[in-house]
Design a binder for this molecule. Structure first.
Ligand code: CS2
Length: 506
């Protein structure tokens, strides 16, 4: 679709929202009366299609000062997208050819932190910190992706050699990292003697709240141990499990929306109807009435987190690189192939399910089938590249922990090992026909270098990759059967499209 299709459309604003078709659901509360109570870091598609929608539901059943201020420490420039739309955007849910649309009103303010080149006086950063220090903000939530935590994936500890952490130790008042931003916001509040907010992580990071807490405290101890003590005693960091498939919005989504509604919405997000949110809240922190509109509040989120990361995310990460190396662009194409579907199901049922904890209220076989159905949804264009991105931060919880469970129990783990081999080839930029691979990962310079050096010797290649202890820990590098199997799969992936290797395995 061309830009022309947007030319007749009006930009979404509080005024033009009235022209949206009547079929578009509207906020069920008086938005004029809404005041901010949450600051959200990482205002991307997932947040807008999950927490922001959920907050609209909560405001409808129990109105309160829980509007959201979105802050992006990195691109995209959210102020430029949503600031000019009165904070409004729509979300579409797509399944079985049906589309349901909803205008979301819970986001009130947007601040983009621009980098030094555009903002040498750091005014945008100061504005974001002031917003976070505002006593009206009682909850700081975040979806900043795995790498935003600046932790070592294999251990969950703060990576003190991370360039942004090195910077934030030296210059804590102009932070670059998420832990640095949280620390500075809390420091300002402690200095001003205003109430401290609870901090809620909503990323696919194991023990996300506890991991963030360790990162913030690890940084604080290096900056100001007294502040570290006060944060340790007074601030609650909440673990949560979040779930909804929300691919990056495509230009075509926006064009189609404009053609069908007459409204140009550059904040549009597109997802699936399924949604889940489990919040571990042992201190009963103040928050919107999310629990009255479907979120589960529990004392231990871990079983839910393990289930979701090993089944739904596990399938995604097991097949996304193999799909990409088979030249398949979208997850629905990958899972739409009988070969990949059978491979995914067999891997999960034979290798992963036996190692899962009991999760109250969830039947695992039904959950597995539901996950496979969700991943096959052809109405969602979820890129294999999008899921492969930052795999070095994802594979521990999604593939390596279940692999370790298999090794401990003496179960075969060929499906998981093939997924790991797929990740290795992707991360090293090794396509079987030597086509260029778009490697997007914080470890890309290291992994592609290993690919260049050892790409034609699978045994040496696997040995070098397994030495990356921040990803693989230290237990797999000396495991000869694991090494041999990985080398065999890498050799096969170097010689044929991944789908043929998968077909041969099953
Ligand atoms: C995906 C997730 O890109 C990715 O890492 O695996 O965003 C996934 O779609 C969500 O976790 C689903 O809840």
């Amino acid at each position: 679709m061309s830009l022309l299709s947007l030319s007749g459309a009006q930009r979404l604003t509080a005024a033009t929202a009235a022209h949206l078709p009547a079929s578009v659901q509207r906020p069920g509360y008086d938005r004029e009366k809404l005041k901010p109570g949450i600051l959200h870091l990482g205002d991307g598609a997932f947040h807008r299609c999950h927490q922001a929608e959920w907050t609209d539901d909560a405001l409808q059943v129990a109105f309160g000062d829980w509007g959201i201020v979105g802050v992006n420490l990195r691109a995209p420039d959210i102020a430029n997208v949503l600031g000019v739309q009165s904070g409004l955007f729509c979300r579409e849910l797509r399944e079985d050819g049906a589309v349901t649309r909803r205008l979301v009103g819970s986001e009130l303010g947007h601040i983009s932190v621009l980098d030094e080149a555009y903002d040498p006086y750091r005014l945008s950063l100061q504005a974001a910190l002031e917003a976070a220090a505002d006593p009206a903000i009682r909850l700081i939530t975040m979806t900043v992706t795995e790498k935003g935590y600046c932790h070592i994936p294999a251990t969950g500890e703060l990576d003190v050699d991370h360039p942004d952490i090195v910077h934030d130790i030296a210059e804590p008042h102009v932070p670059r990292s998420v832990p640095g931003f949280v620390l500075e916001a809390l420091t300002l509040r402690l200095q001003r003697e205003v109430d401290l907010p609870a901090i809620m992580s909503c990323d696919n990071v194991p023990d996300n709240g506890a991991t963030l807490r360790r990162a913030v405290l690890g940084l604080a101890q290096r900056v100001d141990p007294a502040i570290a003590d006060r944060i340790a005693q007074q601030v609650h960091f909440l673990n949560t499990m979040v779930d909804r498939i929300v691919p990056a919005t495509q230009p075509g989504d926006i064009a189609r929306f404009a053609e069908q509604t007459g409204i140009a919405d550059f904040g549009l997000v597109v997802g699936e109807p399924f949604r889940m949110w489990v919040i571990e809240d042992t201190h009963r922190c103040a928050m919107p009435a999310w629990d009255r509109v479907g979120a589960l509040v529990v004392d231990d989120v871990r079983p839910y987190e393990i289930l979701k990361m090993r089944v739904l995310n596990g399938i995604q990460s097991n097949v996304c690189q193999l799909g990409l190396l088979s030249d398949l662009q979208f997850m629905s194409e990958v899972m739409g192939s009988q070969t990949f579907e059978a491979f995914a199901r067999r891997t999960i049922i034979d290798e992963v399910v036996p190692g899962l904890p009991q999760v109250s209220g969830i039947e695992v076989p039904a959950y597995v089938e539901q996950s496979i159905r969700r991943l096959k949804n052809p109405d969602l264009k979820h890129g294999t590249l999008q899921i492969s991105t930052d795999g070095s931060q994802k594979i521990r919880q999604r593939l390596l922990e279940p692999l370790r469970a298999c090794l401990t129990a003496g179960r075969s783990a060929n499906g998981l090992l093939l997924g790991v081999a797929g990740w290795m080839c992707y991360a090293a930029g090794l396509h079987w026909q030597n086509k260029p691979v778009d490697v997007r990962d914080p470890k890309a310079s290291v992994t592609t270098e290993i690919g260049l050096r050892h790409g034609s010797d699978p045994t040496a290649f696997v040995a070098e990759m397994l030495k990356l202890a921040d990803i693989f820990g230290t237990d797999l590098v000396d495991n000869e059967p694991v090494k041999a199997r990985l080398a065999q799969f890498v050799g096969q992936l170097r010689a044929a499209p991944a789908i043929e290797v998968v077909a041969a395995l099953i």
